[in-house]
Design a binder for this molecule. Structure first.
Ligand code: NDP
Ligand SMILES: O=C(O)C1=N[C@H](C(=O)O)C[C@H](O)C1
Length: 266
């Protein structure tokens, strides 16, 4: 049984993971972590979540949680994940990062931690999106520059980063398929007198509202026709299942930063 620490256990993804690990035949909950000062710290995890006692107290000690675990699954915030990457690598605990919204400096720090630890990181852990990433690269390669690419994403009102991690994965795949660098061609939203569309640009647009779990469209707009690749998440369990699969897959892997494509064998 792989012992799992859940970082941010009271969060939308944290609660989903606690439930999934509890139902798993391959993994067991090693620790549940919340930030210092959080109301759940010190409480039984099940009681804090409004259910029956689970016999595991929520901790704010990352070191203690890592000592009790083989992998830590982390859907929190960029600063939290960057610090955890270093600590998990130092303690030999695999780190599955679902957090999004990283800066370039954050990503460099995570890459440095992966020189001595096992990290699986993806802006989207679902099988469907990771397949869509591959399809996006393939379609972009086949259609070339004649088709304009726009990526439209929609999420719930609580999401704090844009474009979504998934949209960025799709953008990277589209750019790679056309032999571009995303940083050179990315256009983030449009407003006012923007001028005509730049040839070869990849546009990003973000909708935020209500309880939308996560929807992504990759639009290839040509002259006289349009292709849309779409993924709709209707349940957060798709992300949690991918993350748990990654944590189990990570056991025994050599140090490095891995994608979900590696985990899923895509
Ligand atoms: N890769 C993927 O497949 C997916 C990625 N995500 C990403 O995961 C992240 C979290 O999303 P979501 O679950 O909706 O967000 P939530 O805000 O619901 O959950 C984040 C949790 O982390 C907790 N937290 C904050 N700081 C710490 C800390 N220092 N130690 C431990 N816990 C901490 C928060 O506590 P508090 O609220 O008290 O600050 C909160 O409980 C986002 O970046 C999101 O984009 C989400 C879904 C899928
Ligand atoms: O914040 C979310 O909720 C989600 N975040 C991820 C992202 O930024 O793409 C994945 C999913 O779409 C849900």
């Amino acid at each position: 049984m792989v012992r799992i620490a859940v970082m941010g256990a009271s969060g939308r993804m944290g609660q989903m993971l606690v439930q999934l690990v509890g139902e798993s035949d391959l993994a067991v909950l090693g620790a549940a972590v919340e930030r210092p000062g959080h109301g759940w710290v010190g409480q039984d995890l099940g009681v804090a979540a409004g259910g029956a006692a689970l016999g595991l107290r929520v901790t704010d000690s990352v070191a203690q949680a890592l000592e009790q675990s083989d992998a830590v699954i982390d859907f929190t915030a960029p600063g939290v994940s960057v610090a955890l990457a270093e600590q998990a690598a130092a303690m030999g605990v695999a780190h599955v990062i679902g957090t999004t919204g990283f800066s370039d400096a954050d990503l460099q720090a995570i890459a440095r931690a992966a020189e001595r630890g096992v990290i699986v990181r993806a802006g989207n852990m679902s099988l469907g999106v990771n397949l869509l990433v591959q399809l996006t690269a393939q379609v972009a390669r086949a259609l070339g520059m004649e088709y304009d690419i726009e990526i439209v994403e929609a999420h719930h009102r609580h999401k704090v980063d844009a474009p979504s991690g998934t949209a960025l994965m799709l953008g990277e795949a589209a750019a790679e398929g056309r032999g571009q660098r995303l940083a050179d061609v990315s256009e983030r939203g449009r407003d006012g007198i923007t001028g005509a569309r730049q040839a070869g640009a990849i546009g990003f647009h973000a909708i935020r509202g209500g309880d939308i779990i996560g929807e992504h469209d990759v639009i290839f707009a040509g002259t006289g026709e349009r292709i849309t690749l779409r993924h709709v998440a209707s349940d957060r369990s798709v992300f949690a299942r991918g993350a748990l699969r990654a944590a189990i897959w990570a056991q025994g892997q050599p140090p490095g930063e891995y994608s979900m494509a590696a985990v899923l064998g895509l």
